[in-house]
Ligand binder design. Structure first.
Ligand SMILES: [Zn+2]
Length: 1053
């Protein structure tokens, strides 16, 4: 199932800007899609949800982001991967995979159970009638619960249990017993519509699980089970149905259920364990088994979904919740009649009994617990079949389902693309289960920007790729999550190229991913891509924005380097071999490297041939070490240069910190003689002589994960070459030049003048990628410069870079039909966005005129909602709304506010709200934000705050609101702490004066938790003030000099 949304260009930069806001919004209202083939995984939902909806998890997220990172400019996603959506995608955790082969049922030979899709209590598996009853009858009521609060005997001194308190440790549960099958029965008391009411049982879950396992002996059974799960009776039986008395159920550790049996089990014998339990659906957090409201006509209804990555399966039913323990699942869901239950597998039977419906699903193939998935809703669906008959359904809120068609249309081609790529047919009858937010899943031609379409395609392609890479073959432990995510991130771009019959995306997106990853990875304290197998992965997941960049983006670049090193075809062959060798099993990166190397060595050529190191040797330097190298390029003569590596240090230390890190760096180049790709190796710290072969830059296609630093003469020559013919340097390299020089200037390693000189050619630039990189840095500079006395100087520089391109587009007509999927279209979008934001007069004027026209055309009550009267191009809307509200009247605000209240589509609502937050009026501001907060079931405050933080109005309206309305602040802190946290981040973002810091401190005094959570943001505000004081004058001076030099150059031409 899928939940969908819309994206827009402005998200792009907003997320750059608000690095600490990167967490995706959670707008659970709409669509869901069930991709039919069985392997379901859901993903996008995943973290996005967790972050935004919860009151607690975001907090953790935000507070763990390193403070440096918060404010750093990011190369953001291009419109194609617009903000929220991109985030969600990258966050996307893998979800489920259920795999049931289409033609043959997969049953591990060790499984004692028939492959049929028996219902869980089927007598086929020889279960006793007592247990069968237990599953049919709600045997759980509070009176039978055994007290489980006491705890005996296990101590962390026992080496087996030393990690037991560590939720995220691989060795938390000693893997003594091997689960083979879980029979999961869940009864969901979902008041899905107002007329359905279970009283105090509303949102309760009654559950029963029967775990079939092979014992490793001993008298203890440990399972993961969340402490919120109220566990009732536990019954253990051996394979002859003889019950073994459970002496005690220990609950001494919050995540673990610890059963002490009266007698020892026999090593190698199969047992069953029956556990009854009762728990609550999550309502605040989209994690575990959760319910979410949506609007159906005048009613508020509820749907249910799951998101279990990484360790939430234990909140749904007791299990051994680690990825390397795969088992099969028989799922039975009892849900209110009128709703439909979907799960990983195809349903086997549906029995209606009055107000309850029981849906039984076929048995899954072996899979990890985090892939378990289900959803219950009254959503209608669209259905499609692949050419091989794999069924996919897209479930969606009825009012949006007409915008879900693209989603349905994308699935089958993507499946077929992967079947071909991986050489393994999709093994299930239906697509499993994927959930996605509305914001990511809806698209309607002509009404949504094309970027939304590509986002959607990429997300689906990412998730579906996991059906093979992640679900069919799963990492042993989360330390290798990078492999799944990096690969899915990379391959999904290829899939979109396939869908769109293009080839440019792969290279372009790689450049973008690299830019974002470098930006994160240069910060102190970053984790390597791959941690130790026994490490606690929790810390990897806590700081989500950073993790996102490392686990998804850096790893995708590393994987792309591997692909280039061993050549594309060999890489593909290796993957096929890897997947078929580890089908339904777990593997780690060593397993993959071994297979790739085997394939590489068995073929002719490849860039490792003749070297005295292996692929693993090379890759260890990239995945085991955090950070990355910078390669210094110094000219000897002509094309002959020396290349020398060292670790890139973003922060300047005096004296310099010793660093011993060395990488095995492949420098890719095109051999001018053979015109083949070649590799020049830099494997130690000594300078090596290299012939650039007439190229202006090293690694022209930006294939290696590193920064480059040229000597000053070379920078001058490069600048000149760009001014004379910028296309003599490939677009990715133009983007990289801007990125590297800006990054190095940031901490004084180089003058900003070098960077500004490089950008001077951009008045002619037509490619999106360099603009995007440039734009990302604006998110860093603009809030610092805007209120500075030298702003006019800097603005003059910006108008020079952006004004020319804007005028060109404007002269052609901003509504001119450009292929939405073209580089030029994206360029136009970002140029207009930035020109309007910096207040470039022609752009502001255009916006005002168009808004006035909108008011004339759409003023009638019934017209407000109509899209027909709105002639403004989608890509221009939020800029038009913003400028209108910024420079307009109270009537303009009222008009737009009314429109926002009526609007159904989240994407348009977001555009409108972006405009509303540009108000300069305190009363309007209060009105807009309070309305947004009130309506938070429908939209994400965090994302809106992120977008609004971009507005260049030096206001403290929101600070005033909270400062003066202490009761409101208190109320939010008690009822919506996450929302408040988002808003307070925005407040700090707008703090530019010492007196406002004082106000802020005073305001938060009664709320020490927020003071703590926002300490990093507050620190950033102070750093911005310092930057303004000490760096801004030089910064502006450098800009001014660059302008003069440009003038001189133009006079000479
Ligand atoms: Zn993924």
């Amino acid at each position: 199932m899928l939940i969908c949304t819309l994206s827009r260009p402005e998200y792009v930069s907003s997320r750059l800007f608000f690095a600490d806001f990167v967490i995706a919004p959670f707008a659970l209202e709409e669509c869901r899609q069930e991709l039919s083939p069985e392997p379901g995984r859901m993903r996008p939902f995943s973290d996005a949800v967790t972050a935004s909806a919860s009151t607690t998890s975001t907090t953790a997220v935000a507070t763990t982001v390193t403070s440096e990172q918060r404010d750093s400019p990011w190369c953001s996603a291009r419109p194609l991967a617009i903000g929220i959506v991109a985030v969600s995608m990258s966050f996307a955790l893998i979800y489920f995979l259920m795999i049931v082969p289409l033609t043959t049922t997969i049953i591990p030979s060790t499984s004692p159970f028939p492959p049929t899709s028996s219902s869980s209590s089927s007598s086929e598996s020889g279960l006793s009638s007592k247990v069968s009853q237990a599953t049919d009858v709600p045997l759980i009521n509070s009176t039978i619960f055994v007290p489980t609060t006491d705890y005996i005997s296990t101590t962390t001194e026992d080496p087996l249990y030393q990690y037991i308190e560590d939720k995220h440790h691989r060795l938390q549960i000693p893997l003594i017993h091997i689960p083979l099958l879980y029979e999961v029965n869940l009864k969901l008391f979902l008041p899905w519509k107002p007329s359905v009411n279970f009283g105090t049982d509303n949102f309760m879950v009654e559950g029963h699980v029967r775990v079939h396992f092979t014992s490793g002996g001993g008298s203890r059974v440990l399972l993961h089970s969340d402490s919120e799960q109220h566990v009732g009776e536990c019954i253990v039986q051996d394979e002859f149905n003889r019950e073994i008395f459970v002496k005690h159920v220990g609950r001494g550790f919050p995540q673990v259920l610890d059963l002490h049996l009266a007698t020892d089990m026999i090593h190698g014998m199969n047992y069953t364990l029956d556990i009854a339990f009762r728990s609550h659906m999550q309502q605040e957090v989209a994690a575990g088994l959760f319910s979410v409201p949506y609007t159906n006509g005048n009613e508020t209804r509820y749907v249910v979904a799951t998101h279990l990555q990484v360790s939430e399966a234990r909140t749904v039913f007791p299990c051994i919740d680690v990825p390397e323990v795969k088992a099969q699942f028989d799922t039975v869901i009892t849900h209110p009649t009128g709703t439909t239950a979907i799960a990983n597998m195809m349903d086997n039977s549906t029995v209606v009994d009055g107000g309850w419906t029981t849906t039984t699903f076929r048995r899954t193939p072996p899979m990890s617990t985090y892939l378990f998935a289900l959803s219950v809703s009254d959503f209608p669906y669209l259905e499609v079949f692949s050419s091989r008959g794999v069924r996919s359904r897209v479930y969606c809120d009825p009012s949006k389902i007409d915008s879900a068609q693209l989603l349905a249309d994308v699935i089958s081609p993507v499946l077929e693309f992967y079947e071909d790529y991986f050489g393994i047919p999709y093994p299930l009858e239906k697509l499993g289960l994927i959930t996605i937010r509305q914001t990511a899943g809806l698209y309607k031609e002509g009404q949504f920007p094309i970027a939304q379409k590509h986002n959607l395609q990429e997300i689906i392609a990412h998730e579906v790729a996991h059906q093979w890479f992640g679900n069919l073959v799963t990492m042993k432990w989360w330390n290798d999550l990078w492999l799944n995510e990096g690969f899915a991130t990379l391959i999904s771009v290829r899939a979109v190229d396939f869908l769109e019959n293009t080839t440019w995306r792969y290279e372009d997106r790689s450049a973008e991913l690299q830019c974002v990853a470098l930006r994160t990875d240069q910060m102190d304290g970053m984790q390597p891509v791959s941690g130790s197998k026994n490490s606690n992965f929790g810390r990897y997941f806590d700081a989500r924005p950073a993790i996102n960049a490392i686990v998804y983006k850096k790893s995708s670049i590393i994987i792309r380097m591997i692909e280039r090193l061993i050549e594309e075809d060999i890489f593909k062959q290796g993957l096929r071999r890897f997947l078929s060798s580890f089908l339904y099993k777990n593997a780690d990166h060593e397993d993959l490297f071994n297979v790739l190397l085997y394939v590489h060595d068995s073929s002719a050529g490849g860039h490792l041939s003749g070297q005295n190191f292996s692929l693993s040797d090379v890759m260890d330097t990239w995945i085991r070490q955090a950070h990355f190298p910078i390669v210094h390029v110094n000219r000897i003569e002509g094309s002959i240069v020396t290349l020398r590596q060292e670790k890139y240090e973003h922060n300047v230390y005096n004296p310099p910190r010793p660093n011993e890190q060395v990488w095995k760096i492949p420098i890719f180049y095109d051999d001018p003689v053979s015109s083949k790709h070649k590799v020049f190796w830099l494997t130690d710290k000594r300078p090596k002589v290299f012939d650039m072969g007439g190229q202006h830059v090293v690694d022209p296609h930006q294939l290696t994960y590193m920064r480059l630093r040229y000597d000053m003469d070379m920078y001058s020559d490069i600048t000149m070459a760009l001014l004379q013919d910028y296309k003599s340097v490939p677009a990715n390299s133009r983007s990289r030049l801007i990125d590297d020089t800006m990054a190095m200037a940031e901490n004084g390693q180089m003058s900003y003048k070098v960077a500004f000189n490089i950008t001077m050619y951009m008045t002619e630039e037509t490619s999106y990628r360099p603009f995007q990189t440039f734009s990302a840095y604006l998110d860093f500079f603009l809030p610092r410069m805007y209120i500075h006395e030298s702003w006019p100087v800097y603005k003059k520089y910006l108008e020079m870079i952006l004004g020319g391109p804007y005028d060109k587009f404007s002269n052609q007509g901003l509504d001119m039909d450009i292929d939405e999927d073209s580089d030029l279209y994206h360029t136009r979008e970002i140029v207009v966005l930035r020109a309007c934001i910096i207040g470039y007069e022609p752009c502001v004027q255009m916006a005002k005129e168009r808004f006035a026209e909108l008011r004339r055309n759409c003023s009638g009550e019934h017209q407000l909602l109509s899209d027909n009267c709105n002639k403004i191009s989608y890509y221009l809307r939020s800029h038009v709304y913003s400028a209108a509200i910024n420079y307009g009247s109270k009537e303009d605000f009222d008009f737009l506010f009314k429109k926002w209240n009526l609007e159904h589509y989240l994407m348009e609502r977001d555009r409108i709200f972006t405009g509303l937050c540009y108000t300069n009026d305190r009363a309007n501001s209060d009105l807009a934000w309070k309305a947004l907060v009130k309506n938070r079931a429908r939209e994400n405050v965090l994302a809106r705050a992120g977008i609004c933080s971009k507005k260049l109005i030096n206001d403290s309206l929101l600070l005033e609101l909270f400062y003066e309305e202490k009761d409101y602040l208190k109320e939010l802190s008690e009822t919506a702490d996450q929302v408040l946290h988002s808003l307070l981040m925005l407040v700090v973002r707008n703090i530019n004066k010492k007196k406002d810091i004082d106000k802020f401190d005073e305001m938060l005094k009664p709320h020490p938790l927020f003071t703590r959570m926002l300490a990093g943001n507050r620190y950033q505000a102070i750093e911005r003030m310092k930057w303004r004081q000490f760096t801004a004058p030089y910064f502006a001076g450098n800009a001014s000099e660059a302008i003069e030099e440009m003038g001189a150059f133009q006079r000479n031409v």
